[in-house]
Design a protein around this ligand. Structure first.
Ligand SMILES: Cc1cc2nc3c(=O)[nH]c(=O)nc-3n(C[C@H](O)[C@H](O)[C@H](O)COP(=O)(O)OP(=O)(O)OC[C@H]3O[C@@H](n4cnc5c(N)ncnc54)[C@H](O)[C@@H]3O)c2cc1C
Length: 279
């Protein structure tokens, strides 16, 4: 049996995409990166992921893990010339369950393919907040966000994904499952190996599940739009906001005039402020 046929017989038809079914997974969303793969493989469990990785090791096939494919730098598609080996895209799209929300421990446990938006909704329903947030929330996944140490709008107050991850489970290159799925906030038990998978872009293993930190909901959060006379005032404005809010500023974004103009033009909006920035 060939490599692809072996995987198809193990995972079933929903677990393997080839031909035109695979095409959307082989191109980055902005069309800047594209490549080829033997197949797009979609395991539905940790055990299936481990078996796929074992088969790849046995057949000498490279693995490109993929979450929502929203990354900006082509890491989720097998770009031509990346490796002399044939490759598969290992899509986590079928492992998209929120496993549990624990309001008392302030944690959410999710599979790697769960979206950031799904985490936020699950946390909301428990009167908690999953704090990281960015434009691709409806598509970007837990695994991709961990693998890129994603940040987003709320980094100022809550930090990056590294600050949210309490535990990780990952499948290593030989197919072993590394179980670091802990929920402890104060874990003094030795080397904190989970950090090796955060920001590693899948080079050290495939993240399959994670335990992530929740924060108090902020139902009374307020947003303000301010005009500054020049970039020199930018950090003074942040200092003022931090001083007035007791340090609790969640986000602080600089919008250059060209960006504001483009948004107003595209959405048919009038400018929110009369003054135009010089930058
Ligand atoms: C509109 C928009 C706004 C964005 N804003 C921000 C922002 O403010 N801040 C920010 O940091 N990013 C931002 N991004 C980039 C992107 O959303 C993040 O990098 C996100 O974390 C990628 O998640 P993903 O599931 O789409 O990962 P993918 O793009 O699928 O993969 C990204 C990388 O992670 C690896 N990977 C994916 N899943 C796994 C896994 N389970 N195990 C191991 N490796 C894996 C891939 O191989 C690849 O190297 C934005 C993107 C868009 C489109």
């Amino acid at each position: 049996m060939t490599f692809v046929a072996e995987l198809r017989s193990d995972l079933g038809p929903a677990g393997i995409l080839t031909g035109s079914d695979a095409a959307p997974y082989l191109t980055g969303q902005r069309g800047l990166f594209s490549g080829e793969a033997l197949a797009v493989v979609r395991p539905a469990s940790v055990d299936e992921t481990a078996r796929v990785v074992q088969a790849c090791a046995a057949y000498g096939v490279a693995i490109v893990p993929q979450g929502g494919n929203t990354g900006m730098s082509g890491g989720a598609v097998p770009t031509a010339g990346d490796t002399p080996m044939p490759a598969i895209v290992l899509s986590m799209s079928r492992m998209n369950r929120i496993v549990s929300v624990d309001p008392d421990r302030w944690t959410v446990t999710a599979e790697a393919g769960a979206t950031i938006g799904a985490l936020q909704q699950a946390a909301d329903a428990a009167n908690r907040q999953f704090a990281p947030d960015w434009g691709a929330r409806g598509t970007a996944t837990v695994g991709g966000a961990i693998a890129t140490n994603a940040g987003g709008n709320n980094v100022l107050r809550y930090g990056t994904m590294r600050d949210q991850v309490l535990g990780v489970e990952a499948v290593l290159a030989d197919g072993q499952v590394w179980d670091g799925l802990r929920a402890l906030r104060k874990d003094s038990s030795g080397y904190d190996l989970k950090h090796l998978f955060i920001g590693a872009e899948g080079t050290l293993g495939v993240v399959t599940r994670a335990v992530l930190r929740l924060h108090p909901a902020t139902p009374n959060a307020q947003s303000a739009l301010a005009a500054i006379s020049g970039l020199g005032s930018l950090m003074r404005l942040l200092e003022l906001a931090l001083a007035r809010c007791g340090g609790d500023v969640t986000a602080f974004e600089l919008v250059p005039d060209v960006g504001l103009a483009r948004v107003c033009e595209k959405l048919g909006l009038s400018r929110p402020l009369q003054t135009r920035a010089e930058f």
